[in-house]
Write a protein that binds this ligand. Structure first.
Ligand code: ADP
Ligand code: MG
Length: 225
């Protein structure tokens, strides 16, 4: 049976050496985050939100403590295992989308499938089904540069979701979007949490995302307050 806990942090710290000083970006954080829910991570700029998401995603190693994501102790994985872990267990979206400019919408979404060894035409079929579910059917074969901000973020979300990850990390996902597009993306994230049982963890200042989060974790100076 899968546990209701998707992410567990035990006394986690991440420090950086910067300009001769020590920055405690994340400082002794313990947390359990549930599946099937949106957790909003809030706090002022520099409070450690992006660093915390990076630790949960295995994008950065901890200085101390244990991070368990989807039941896996990330400290036990080498680089190759971490890469495979991220591909199969995580979807990540960023404020700046990070789409590949030279690939169409559908090709961007196909990319994780290709990396996971899924061959065309199966990859194409699965990518198109998701593109359609996220309201992008008419945009499948265009390049990202002609998309609106909201369409870009929905494409990034489709790419993040295409391997059906149990955990979705979103760093300021509505930060570059206008109000209506932001609302759409929040609705999609909420559906992914509730209808598909994913743990969605979103660092955000957006009051609409906060209003619809199941749980709010507030950070200040690297600590949960
Ligand atoms: N690679 C790094 N090297 C040095 N300091 C960093 C690095 N990444 C983040 N920091 C510092 O850690 C603190 C937390 O940053 P961050 O996690 O980006 O906060 P937030 O996302 O809440 O704005 C800040 O003081 C930031 O300057
Ligand atoms: Mg940040």
């Amino acid at each position: 049976m899968t546990s209701a806990v998707a992410v567990r942090l035990a006394n986690v710290s991440r420090h950086f050496e910067a300009g001769g000083g020590l920055v405690r970006a994340v400082d002794g954080v313990s947390l359990s985050l549930p599946r099937g829910a949106i957790t909003a991570l809030i706090g002022p700029s520099g409070s450690g939100k992006t660093t915390l998401l990076s630790l949960v995603g295995g994008l950065l190693p901890v200085t101390a403590g244990v991070v368990e994501t989807d039941g896996i102790d990330l400290g036990t994985l080498d680089q190759a295992a971490l890469t495979a872990f991220r591909l199969h267990h995580l979807g990540i979206v960023f404020q700046a989308f990070h789409l590949i400019d030279a690939l169409t919408v559908a090709e961007n979404v196909e990319l994780p499938l290709t990396l996971a060894g899924v061959r065309r035409p199966d990859a194409r079929r699965r990518a198109l089904a998701l593109v359609e579910r996220l309201g992008l059917a008419a945009r499948a074969d265009v390049l990202p540069r002609v998309l609106s901000g909201g369409e870009k973020q929905r494409t990034a979300l489709a790419r993040a979701l295409v391997l059906d990850p149990p955990v979705v990390l979103a760093d300021e996902p509505t930060g570059s979007l206008d109000a209506a597009a932001g609302e759409d993306v929040i609705t999609l994230l909420q559906t992914e949490a509730t209808a598909h049982g994913r743990a969605v963890i979103a660092a955000s200042h957006d009051p609409r995302l906060l209003a619809r989060a199941d749980r709010v974790v507030a950070m200040s100076f690297g600590r949960v307050v």
